[in-house]
Write a protein that binds this ligand. Structure first.
Ligand code: DQA
Length: 146
């Protein structure tokens, strides 16, 4: 069975509580639960991780190399400036999908740029928790064409 690594970056542990008008009222555990179900329906195993630290996120990306078939990542604000996370994604040679709860392009200028997008298969942003579920469908399309 193919396996997806889902990685949530900084502040996403506060989802549900933090700026609910932007990020929604669902907490991370309920999003993760729906994500697990979605993976099951699509015939994937998954593992889920959240960290507020750049190094821990990078270690988790590295651990996917021998362990997973694809990565779905919401790197939070690191998305906009972390060349280290970008290099880690690139080093895995695994398909990666960048996800955001909010429509980053409709927000502040600094959120319009992604340091990660160029090494990802694609970006899904603006659909709230459904961004993660749409990413599983997108990953299915990628992995079935393998
Ligand atoms: C986010 C968007 C980022 O700009 C922000 O820093 C986050 C969350 C999102 O899911 O919409 O922490 O990645």
């Amino acid at each position: 069975m193919k396996k997806i690594s889902l990685i949530h970056g900084p502040n996403l542990n506060l989802t549900g509580n933090r700026e609910p008008s932007i990020y929604g009222r669902n907490n991370l555990e309920s999003i993760n639960e729906e994500f697990r179900k979605k993976c099951e329906q699509c015939g994937f195993e998954c593992e889920i991780f959240q960290s507020n630290s750049e190094g821990a996120i990078i270690d988790r990306i590295h651990s996917a190399i021998d362990n997973c078939d694809g990565i779905i990542i919401n790197a939070g604000a690191y998305t906009h400036y972390s060349y280290a996370i970008r290099d880690a994604i690139s080093a895995t040679r695994l398909p990666c999908i960048e996800v955001h709860l909010s429509n980053v392009h409709a927000r502040e200028e600094f959120r319009h740029h992604s340091a990660l997008a160029a090494v990802c298969a694609g970006v899904i942003a603006g659909f709230g928790k459904n961004s993660y579920m749409l990413a599983v469908d997108a990953m299915k399309g990628i992995l079935e064409n393998d």
